[in-house]
Design a protein around this ligand. Sequence first.
Ligand SMILES: CC(C)[C@H](C(=O)O)[C@@H](O)C(=O)O
Ligand code: SF4
Length: 417
Amino acid sequence: MGYTLAEKIIMRNTKRSSVTAGELLNVNVDKVMVHDIFAPFVVEKFREMGFEKVWNPDKIVFVYDHLVPTSFIEDFRHHKIADAFAAEQHIKAVHRADGVCHQLMPELRYVVPGQVVFGTDSHTTTYGAIGSFSTGIGYTEMAAIFGTGQLWIKVPPTLKFTIDGELPNGVYSKDIILRILGDIGADGGTYKALEFGGSTIKGLSISSRMTLSNMAVEAGAKVGLIEPDEKTFAFSGVEGSQFQDLKSDPDANYEKVFHYDASNFKPVVACPSNVDNISDVEALLGTKIDQGFIGSCTNGRFEDLEVAAKILKGRKIAPFTKLIVTPASRSIYAEAAKAGIIGILVEAGAIMNPPACGLCCGRSGGIVSDGERVIATNNRNFLGRMGSPKSEIFLASPATVAAAALEGKIVDPRKYL
Ligand SMILES: CC(C)[C@H](C(=O)O)[C@@H](O)C(=O)O
Ligand code: SF4
């Protein structure tokens, strides 16, 4: 019998020759990420559990991103506690203003293929895009890992998504994952592994793959995995020959297999206020919007800013419309500035936010008021996510958001591409 990619990574980690979906086992944790919101709680629990020394300071990464720059007087307390703990425990990887955690972890190669990684954030699933079994956990579990280097997991069953063919112009990985979420529902992947494969996925950049894995958790999934290939190895700076086991077997035991023909995909939008409330963009044409948001760990990468600039170049966003742009990391910001992309966006009327979480979780930089309607590239459109619970959020690709900001209403981005 063959194995799924999730099972292969767990077998590699535990040095076992077989595992079965549903089985409980301990994994050896390769890397952990703790962001600023939860750092004080992890520290508190760590002490409460009676631990004195972390199991391995080199396997711990602290990222300050949700509270950067600080919006409230109390925010700094989180950074102070984390700084003191990092100094005490000799944790050297502390990122104080370098970007969103899920961008930094793969970008800075803290995570590489085949690893088992946990983070105190639900979108830790993002690193599945480079073939890492990575998922979000709570701060008590994280404190236990800090002390022991281990965590128990249940081997998840896998839903396989095979997508073949060429994506039409103006259609992106964001449209793929939104369509899948619409098809399986926001609870359709609960505690399962989603595995994305097929020629379309092979053709995607690592950035686009990250969008898929990032949103796997919006279906409740434990992980969102993509088989590592030459692109992954180059991105992660590793020798591919060491990872040949990270392939799912043709006779693997999948709970269900879904087949998609990429040429049928269209630009889609998740309507308020659930990620699985999916509509073709064509059905929403003319819907007035007050604000666009391009950014987050879902779609704040170079290619996302690039496509927005392509649409906005030499044009101005609609009167009375705001466009907020948040690059996912400092290096993406710098690269986009060098390429002239930031200049184009600013000329068009965009407001640039620092590379952090900010507006994505409704903490700073463009909080919306009663009655405002936002179209955004992030991953959640729950009530009140970006401010007032009386506002509305639509989720879409960067191209769809840029085109909407240009016209002040939802339009088909394909006319600009
Ligand atoms: C603050 C944090 C717990 C949260 C998460 O886990 O996802 C945030 O990053 C989000 O996107 O809603
Ligand atoms: S960018 Fe948004 S989704 Fe990503 S970690 Fe930050 S708050 Fe969460």
